[in-house]
Design a protein around this ligand. Structure first.
Ligand code: 3HC
Length: 373
């Protein structure tokens, strides 16, 4: 089966790789040979790591299933499933979907990995709207087991079933997001965590290291908040949060993200973000000592995330168990965020959200409280 992956950046190259690992023939498109070469070399590095662990038996065989191409037409012609992972610009995506509708196999799935644009808006740009669906992977796609599956108002059951089959064959876990809301599930949770952390930093209430250390060592999150922003890209999160806000998400984007975006301090990819890295695209884990977080209460930044989880449940966007699965498999949390909140105590969660309202003076916190009642 021919899978077309459109875009060979951080997400696209990973999606192409896991598809090839699952046995699909993959055509990976991007604008230039240079980008494609860099994507292939990242794929090779990742496959070598998997080979060393016995996860992949034959690196060359997997590589041979991936065909890099700078021709969009070549990638899409006769494809039986497309995953689009291009920049988060609606016009760019619309152009790809229009071509895909024409060139791919009739009735095949046209999926987008968008993290912020409504699936329905993308579907609206083509005739066969029922073929469009959101398949939202997480960074790094090679390791994160979650795929959010988002239906537009038009998605047919056939498209949904073919997509679920694809996700299963990649050995990933699908969580169905019932409503096409801005940020779906995981990015709504992250928006609360990251913005709360950033606001405390701006208010000089806590330092970056204090916050990162406390969420890692007291809550057991796999990365600090700012460490994760750098890892996946400050630019990525800024654009996602801004698109969410533009479409009605109740929460401001923290100005520090905007400033860093304009200064091109994107994190690992530019060599400079909240932390510094040895070079552009050269990843080295930041030093985050355990003792640094002793004096900081990480629930100040995690409680708004629990509040958002309750928003998702009360609006019937996702079930409690799906939200917990999503936070464990998409964000690597040791337990689901709702379970963590319940174990901490919902009265304590509310107390921390009220404290955030006091510290920041932001309306979004009183808004969140009503969903915990
Ligand atoms: N391919 C294969 N193996 C890889 C790899 C890759 N791309 N990247 C890392 N590895 C391997 C490492 O070599 C290491 O192997 P080892 O145990 O043999 O040394 C192992 O994976 C663990 O990696 P690290 O030691 O570097 O670091 P961690 O233990 O912290 O694990 C992590 C890395 C799985 C990324 C973990 O830190 C994590 O879960 N972090 C949270 C990531 C997250 O939240 N992602 C979602 C971001 S939001 C998003 O994507 C949505 C978008 O819309 C914005």
């Amino acid at each position: 089966m021919k899978v077309a992956v459109i875009g060979a950046g951080t997400m696209g190259h990973g999606i192409a790789q896991v598809s090839a690992m699952a046995g699909y023939d993959v055509w990976m498109y991007d604008l230039s040979q240079e980008i494609l070469n860099s994507a292939m070399s990242r794929i090779r590095d990742s496959l070598n790591k998997f080979y060393a662990k016995g996860v992949v038996k034959d690196v060359e065989q997997v590589i041979s299933r991936i065909r890099p191409t700078a021709s969009l037409e070549e990638a899409l012609s006769g494809s039986e499933l497309m995953v689009e992972a291009s920049p988060e610009i609606l016009e760019v995506k619309v152009d790809i979907f229009r071509k895909a509708e024409r060139l791919s196999e009739r009735g095949s799935v046209l999926a987008t990995n968008t993290s912020s644009l409504p699936i329905t808006e993308i579907a609206d740009s083509i005739n066969e709207k029922g073929r469009v669906i959101g398949l939202h992977f997480f960074n790094p796609p090679q390791l994160m087991k979650l795929v959010e599956v988002i239906k537009s108002v038009y998605t047919t059951d056939e498209t949904l079933n073919m997509s679920l089959d694809f996700v299963n064959r990649l050995s990933k876990k699908a969580v169905i997001v019932k409503k096409d809301v801005p940020g779906f599930v995981v990015n709504r949770l992250l928006a609360r965590l990251m913005n709360a952390s950033c606001q405390l930093l701006e208010k000089n209430y806590a330092s970056m290291i204090e916050i990162d250390s406390a969420v890692k060592y007291k809550l057991g999150f796999p990365m600090g908040v700012f460490e994760l922003a750098d890892y996946s890209g400050v630019d990525v999160f800024y654009l996602v949060f801004k698109a969410m806000k533009d479409r009605g998400f109740r929460g401001d984007v923290c100005p520090t993200f905007e400033k860093m975006f304009s200064e091109k301090k994107f994190g690992v990819k530019t060599g400079e973000g909240f932390y510094s890295y040895p070079g552009k695209g050269v990843y080295k884990k930041p030093e985050i000592p355990k003792e640094a977080g002793t004096g900081f209460d990480p629930w100040l930044v995690a409680a708004p995330e629990v509040g958002e989880a309750f928003w998702l449940m009360k609006t019937d966007t996702a079930s409690e168990s799906d939200i917990d699965t999503a936070s464990m498999l998409g964000l690597g949390y040791p337990k689901g965020i709702v379970q963590m909140g319940r174990e901490f105590g919902l009265e304590n969660v509310k107390d921390r959200i009220k404290k955030m309202a006091e510290i920041t003076g932001k309306e979004e916190y009183s808004y969140l409280l009503q969903f915990l009642e």
